[in-house]
Design a protein around this ligand. Structure first.
Ligand code: B12
Ligand code: SF4
Length: 498
């Protein structure tokens, strides 16, 4: 059986919470979810698997349709995020124009809105997989090939759910990176290319109000240190990759495991660089020292706010003192830091935002990302905003049922309007990034022409975003296009999504 898995173009991605310009500069990353599935399917020996990464290959929706028609698969699978539904829908339309093939949709979106994914005005999927796809897609594919299920059956029969989380992640094969154009992946943060992404654990035990992990990913499971370093070694010695971005929700939930990863990395004399996302309350001096000795060059921390009251309200479970300590220690051991902040929290005023700016100046992260909170589906923040009447109805579910071009992610606008929040956001970026010492630090760290070009282009975008007069500013909450043109001004306005 031939299966074709697709990472759809990001032409019409909803800009959920980042300014358009920041998103445009971040880089291109491998579609990890489908690469883990592709490896598992391939290893059963039952399937011929192809992966199309439309983002890395810069394919249009029609070009994806064309490639699929050339491959002539028996089953097509694609990843849907609630933010990429328009791109998914356009790709599905292009495929259906050219051939008759069942299409299965999986990914974060279907975990939240499985039944809506069948809606003719939604994605109109033939099959839906909920949750981890490695085992479930195999089961579905076998059921299709034996005729146990077909697309004329009821929707309930066409939803496939994992029975339980995959417990032993060590058993999963390495992500099938070689099925994608490895050399095309890069990140603005990386000095060298290519870079890749990896997962060493799944789930997160914490309960931040604005995050969907508490509802969807509570079951924390981790690979052993040896298994993690095996995949790192494969990336370095077989695939010649220079930098790994671990996208685990919280990499150091078990500090002991991370210590073991560092020891094993050093024992094997690896040189590949890596970076992780974690929390300030699950690192300490000994661990950070070990991570640096094993070439961990960057850590991304969710700091969110400089106001202790706001931090408490969003159930972050960290203190400002822990933030300061973690950033100081990273500086001491020469680990670069990226701090994530949010504004637009339910009771947050400009005074709180000023506290956040003051904190950002004290901790001096090497990079900073400030976003306006949009209560995402399946988060406590969304439940709360609906309960308090700040958000009316269930706009995310409505959007999943009827995908349309005019949808905008809802936000907490009880204190500031959308426009005021956007203005505050630009104020924050200007006051952080355009400070002379920050600019000087970046100039000093340039090591090669590629890095210079990436920084220069990001710098220009930032200038554009923060300096352009208010009246000329495009609304960054509109749908994004590759050129950054807002939806009303897009050349191809005739999107047939019905
Ligand atoms: C890495 C990452 C990115 C990277 C790379 C994305 C990429 N190309 O893969 C970057 C930084 C570019 C990114 C961007 C965005 N991201 Co992102 N990202 C993640 C992150 C941290 C990890 C994704 C991952 O690799 N997971 C590991 C794999 C193993 O899990 P998985 O992807 O869920 O796949 C499993 C299942 O879902 C399922 N599955 C997945 N695809 C398919 C397909 C089929 C056919 C089947 C059967 C099953 C299946 O099986 C997989 C294996 O078990 C997740 C958070 C998370 N913990 O997952 C957010 C997450 C996916 N991102 C999210 C968002 C919102 C975005 C953005 C829209 C950001 C924004 N503008 O606000 C953009 C959209 C980018 C785009 N157009 O593709 C949300 C999606 C929420 C939602 N309801 O859809 C998440 C869940 C974060 C969150 N909690 O809010 N992201
Ligand atoms: S924001 Fe991070 S730490 Fe908080 S629940 Fe989500 S994944 Fe876990």
């Amino acid at each position: 059986m031939k299966i074709c898995l697709i990472n759809v173009p990001n032409t019409y991605e909803l800009v959920g919470n980042d300014p358009v310009i920041i998103k445009e500069q971040q880089g291109v990353y491998p579609p990890l979810g489908i690469l883990y599935i592709a490896a598992s399917l391939r290893d059963t020996g039952r399937y011929e698997v192809t992966v199309i990464d439309a983002q890395a290959d810069e394919l249009s929706h029609a070009e994806v349709g064309q490639r699929v028609a050339e491959i002539k698969p028996d089953l097509v699978g694609l990843t849907a995020m609630t933010f990429t539904l328009i791109d998914c829908k356009l790709v599905m339309q292009e495929i259906r124009k050219r051939l008759s093939v069942p299409i299965v949709v999986g990914g974060p979106h279907t975990a939240i809105f499985p039944m809506e994914t069948f809606d003719p005005h939604g994605l109109n999927a033939d099959y839906v997989v909920v949750g981890e796809g490695e085992v479930t897609l195999d089961t579905l594919a076998q059921d299709i090939s034996t005729g146990k299920v077909n697309s004329s059956m009821s929707e309930a029969r066409r939803v496939y759910r994992q029975e339980k989380f995959i417990e032993d992640l060590d058993q999963l094969p390495f992500a099938a990176r070689e099925m994608t154009p490895i050399h095309k992946y890069y990140s603005i943060l990386s000095e060298e290319t290519p870079s890749t992404t990896m997962f060493s654990s799944r789930g997160c035990p914490f309960s931040c109000e604005y995050c969907d992990r508490p509802a969807l990913g509570k079951g924390f499971r981790a690979q052993t240190a040896n298994r993690v370093v095996d995949e790192m070694e494969h990336c370095e010695r077989v695939l010649n990759i220079k930098d790994i971005f671990f996208y685990d929700d919280t990499f150091s939930v078990s500090m002991k495991r991370v210590q073991q990863i560092c020891d094993e990395y050093n024992r094997r004399h690896l040189t590949i660089k890596w970076d992780v996302r974690t929390r300030v309350n699950v690192v300490n001096e000994e661990l950070l020292k070990a991570m640096r000795s094993a070439n961990c060059t960057r850590i991304h921390f969710g700091v969110e706010s400089g106001s202790p009251r706001v931090v408490r309200e969003i159930n972050k479970g960290i203190s400002i003192a822990q933030v300061e300590k973690a950033f100081d220690l990273c500086k001491k051991y020469n680990i670069k830091t990226l701090a994530y902040f949010m504004m637009g929290n339910p009771t947050e005023t400009m005074e709180d935002v000023k506290e956040t700016l003051a904190l950002s100046r004290r901790i001096k992260p090497d990079y900073m990302q400030m976003t306006i909170l949009s209560p995402f589906p399946a988060t406590e923040a969304y439940v709360r905003a609906r309960k308090e009447g700040v958000i009316h109805g269930d706009p995310w579910r409505d959007y999943a049922r009827a995908i349309n071009d005019d949808f905008r992610p809802p936000l907490n606008d009880q204190i500031y309007t959308r426009q005021e929040l956007e203005k505050n956001l630009r104020w924050f970026y200007r006051n952080f990034y355009l400070m002379p010492d920050f600019v000087m630090d970046r100039i000093m760290e340039v090591k090669n022409w590629g890095q210079f070009k990436r920084y220069f282009s990001a710098g220009l975008s930032l200038l554009k975003m923060t300096m352009v007069p208010e009246s000329k500013m495009k609304d960054s909450w509109q749908l994004r296009t590759k050129t950054g043109i807002a939806s009303s001004a897009r050349p191809e306005t005739a999107l047939h999504l019905a």
